[in-house]
Design a protein around this ligand. Structure first.
Ligand code: NDP
Length: 453
């Protein structure tokens, strides 16, 4: 670690105590940017990175609500408006009991670079609540969403800040929040993305993050003149990103063999084909059940229960070619990364945000495998949200093929930026440097142009 990064990290930790995920995200980016500051001292003297790590605005609020039994609950709501140098704040809302300020700040920080990479004019933000939708009735989820939006609505808008979904926030929650926004503000605008198709949503938005992560993997494989055909793939999670990652893996001729949730994972050597995936989508999106039920229906599969306290996740300890972590942050630790490499995995495309710890990332980089970090590999979701915003502004809708083509081209362009920038800064094949530096330069130049604000 250079002296500059050491000093910066000491300052970040002193100013933002107990925000370990935020420290981790900043450190990874700062290490890449040290290469830029050697050539461009003007960014350093203008304190561009110091400004980027300080959110433009942090909104924290009380969310009191009454459930259908009449019990009163108090949750905490957040919106981090991180950086608006290249466009309105844009980034998802996460509803999960683990949500806190540090997690949302790491996500908002990553979002700034990711959104810049998409080539679309979007700044970075993130928000959410420690509310847990798991096991709640539709009515209770609606009551919470209404209470949450009754405060958030005064801080967002189609030209200011445009939230979307993330963990625990899918089409159902976006619908309840959009309804509340529309009622309170008396306006029908593109203030949220991930909307239903009948009321302003875009085709391909639900599929976009998963499809994008697989398109990115295919581009990485292309640099070695290979394709996904016949590749065995490990996928974690079983939510939005995992489901559409598997759909695209199947379409491109690969074979996905794992899925997980916070209670455990399934391994299906025969492969999770289209019929089995349809079962998972119904299980997770309609019945809201647990992944364990997969083995009740498909006897070829084996379920392993996990407590979350294991020192390594056995999901990552199977022989395969590719891994698509699609659940949550830090789900691949030092030991998991070593297991993946030992099992012959040479493509990692991150659907989740920061799923690999710094020790894990360093092992992937040292082994020179094709490692696509989340801020590049999962940018297809926010890119398609950007396309939803454009369609809303033009009051028109593009066809499935049009949106999918645009998504595919954006993923190719992000891949090209990563490769070109990594080369330019003397670290060929290092997608971490490519994504961090490529995302940074556009935002940094915009901030230089706009003065110290
Ligand atoms: P979902 O809520 O649809 O699914 C999340 C999945 O991950 C569930 O299977 C969930 O299991 C599992 N999971 C969540 N937290 C944990 C945990 N602490 N330990 C173990 N398993 C966990 O979310 P998404 O699919 O939308 O998001 C998954 C990842 O992708 C996140 O990192 C998100 O930030 C990232 N991402 C999402 C985008 C999007 O467009 N949705 C865009 C870019 C990135 P359980 O049900 O048991 O909690």
């Amino acid at each position: 670690m250079s002296d500059y990064v050491k000093e910066l990290m000491a300052m970040v930790k002193a100013k933002n105590p107990a925000e370990s995920e935020f420290h981790q995200a900043v450190q990874e980016v700062a290490e890449s940017l040290a290469l830029v500051f050697e050539r461009h001292p003007e960014y350093r003297s203008s304190k561009i990175l110091e400004r980027i790590i300080e959110p433009e605005r942090v909104i924290m609020f009380r969310v009191p609500w009454v459930d259908s039994k009449g019990d009163v609950h108090v949750n905490r709501g957040f919106r981090i408006e991180m950086n608006s140098a290249i466009g309105p704040y844009k980034g998802g809302l996460r509803f999960h009991p683990s949500v806190n300020l540090g997690i949302l700040k790491f996500l908002a920080f990553e979002q700034v670079f990711k959104n810049s990479l998409t080539t679309l004019p979007m700044g970075g933000g993130k928000g959410g609540s420690d509310f847990d939708p798991k096991g709640k009735s539709d009515v209770d989820v609606m009551r919470f969403c209404q209470a949450f939006m009754s405060e958030l609505q005064r801080h967002i808008g189609p030209d200011t800040d445009v939230p979307a979904g993330d963990i625990g926030v899918g089409g159902r929650e976006i619908g309840f929040m959009f309804g509340t926004y529309k009622k309170l503000r008396n306006e029908f605008t593109g203030v949220l993305t991930g909307k239903g198709l009948n009321w302003g949503g875009s085709l391909i938005r639900p599929e976009a993050t998963g499809y994008g992560a697989v398109y990115f993997a295919a581009e990485m494989l292309g640099t070695r003149k290979q394709t996904l055909e016949g590749k065995k793939c490990l996928v974690s999670g079983s939510g939005n990103v995992a489901q559409y990652t598997i759909e695209k893996i199947n379409q491109l001729g690969g074979k996905a063999v794992t899925l997980s949730d916070s209670n455990g994972y399934i391994y299906d050597e025969a492969g999770i084909n289209a019929e089995k995936l349809a079962f998972v989508m119904e299980l997770k999106n309609v019945r809201r059940g647990r992944i364990k039920e997969y083995t009740d229906k498909y006897k070829t599969a084996v379920y392993t229960q996990l407590t979350g306290k294991e020192d390594a996740n056995p999901l990552w300890d199977h022989k395969a070619d590719c891994a698509f972590p699609s659940a949550t942050q830090n789900e691949i630790n030092r030991k998991d990364a070593a297991n993946l490499l030992k099992n012959g995995i040479y493509v990692v495309s991150e659907g989740a945000n920061m799923p690999t710890t710094i020790e894990g990332v360093n092992q992937f980089l040292d082994a020179k495998i094709l490692y696509g970090p989340g801020k590049a590999a999962n940018a297809g979701g926010v890119a398609t949200s950007g396309l939803e915003m454009s369609q809303n502004s033009m009051r028109m809708s593009w066809s499935r093929e049009e949106v999918d083509n645009k998504l595919h081209n954006i993923m190719k362009s992000i891949h090209k930026t990563c490769v070109t920038v990594a080369d330019r800064f003397g670290t060929p094949g290092n997608y971490v440097n490519g994504a961090n530096i490529g995302g940074f330069l556009k935002v940094a130049d915009a901030m230089m142009d706009q003065g110290v604000v």
